[in-house]
Write a protein that binds this ligand. Structure first.
Ligand SMILES: Nc1ncnc2c1ncn2[C@@H]1O[C@H](COP(=O)(O)OP(=O)(O)OP(=O)(O)O)[C@@H](O)[C@H]1O
Length: 123
């Protein structure tokens, strides 16, 4: 638990620790993040193999980070939904569906970016 009276730098240091722990928890417990992380590794290998440019690296990294960040927020929202209302409730279903929709939008964008980046390498 953060103590609001502790020095700023200690407070920031602890917050960074919690955030790193969150990243580790996502990778350890969430199947969707594990799949996305595996795809990120494959894309990184592809990036080195095809010697993509600095701009292409930036775009690829941005796409990966966007999808995984939104997936992490979606996971957090799902956990809150399950915590506040475990039973079937249409409004919880709606919240979960639109949060999943955000993941779908970013994933579709990332797929298009991947196709635009790599299709020209094969033709
Ligand atoms: N409590 C609920 N009430 C109504 N509908 C729900 C509820 N929980 C889940 N749903 C419906 O089921 C869908 C899947 O929910 P769930 O929490 O299993 O998400 P998921 O993405 O499949 O989970 P995970 O990421 O753990 O695989 C939701 O998008 C929603 O349509």
């Amino acid at each position: 638990m953060n103590n609001k009276n502790e020095p700023f730098i200690i407070h920031r240091y602890k917050s960074l620790g919690y955030a790193l722990k969150g990243m580790f928890l996502l990778l350890k417990t969430e199947a969707s993040i594990q799949v996305q992380f595996s795809i990120a590794i494959l894309l990184t290998i592809a990036g080195f193999y095809f010697e993509i440019s600095s701009l292409e690296w930036i775009i690829q990294i941005f796409a990966i980070v966007l999808v995984m960040s939104i997936e992490a927020l979606n996971t957090g929202l799902e956990k809150i939904c399950d915590f506040v209302h475990e039973d079937f409730e249409a409004r919880i279903g709606f919240i979960k569906d639109i949060a999943a929709g955000a993941v779908a939008i970013s994933s579709l964008g990332a797929l298009l970016i991947t196709l635009i980046l790599y299709i020209p390498k094969f033709i």
